[in-house]
Design a protein around this ligand. Structure first.
Ligand code: ADP
Length: 161
């Protein structure tokens, strides 16, 4: 049981306190957690994959069982490569459910050996998303309560370019 690996895939563009909350929760359940930046939709992202992995590394440096990686292609193939037994995803509101359910069923067909485990964030992060953080920051709003300081630095620098 001690080698149960889980992967937590996502865009993380940029990582928020919501993502970090889920990373903490998942790392209490699984002995090893691989947080992986999915590189499929790079074009629409504000940050490059190396920038996103760098931010994730910085905000998880106090978590020795968490590894940061990136991958291209099917999440289920990446899970197989990692020897993962679970794919961690987040459920905020009911509106996340339909999408996550569809993905979970699809991934189950692609790799029946891996299960999707959905975790709920704590209340302050229920309405937090990378998209909203970027929108608010672009308009000059304060997002310091939504992202870790190192992410805030990256965000403000990128938006000032
Ligand atoms: P994706 O493009 O794969 O949805 P995201 O980076 O937006 O990537 O999210 C990755 C995962 O983290 C998704 O399962 C999403 O529901 C979850 N997530 C994002 N923000 C939060 C949050 N505030 N609380 C809980 N889960 C979240």
């Amino acid at each position: 049981m001690s080698n149960r690996v889980a992967i937590y895939p996502g865009s993380f563009d940029p990582p928020t306190f919501g993502h970090l909350d889920l990373i903490h929760r998942a790392s209490r359940i699984f002995p090893k957690l691989v947080v992986a930046v999915a590189t499929n939709n790079e074009k629409t992202c504000l940050f490059t994959v190396p920038e996103r992995t760098e931010m994730l590394r910085a905000i998880t440096q106090d978590l020795p069982t968490v590894e940061i990686d990136s991958f291209k292609g099917l999440t289920t193939e990446f899970a197989r490569k990692c020897g993962a037994v679970a794919i961690v995803r987040g459920l905020r509101a009911i509106s996340d459910f339909e999408f996550e359910h569809g993905m979970a069923v699809t991934n189950q067909k692609l790799n029946p050996e891996v299960d999707t485990v959905c975790l709920m964030p704590s209340e302050p992060y229920l309405f937090l998303s990378s998209r909203v953080v970027k929108e608010v920051a672009r308009l000059g709003g304060d997002v310091s309560h939504s992202v870790p300081p190192i992410v805030l630095e990256h965000l403000l620098r990128r938006l000032a370019e």
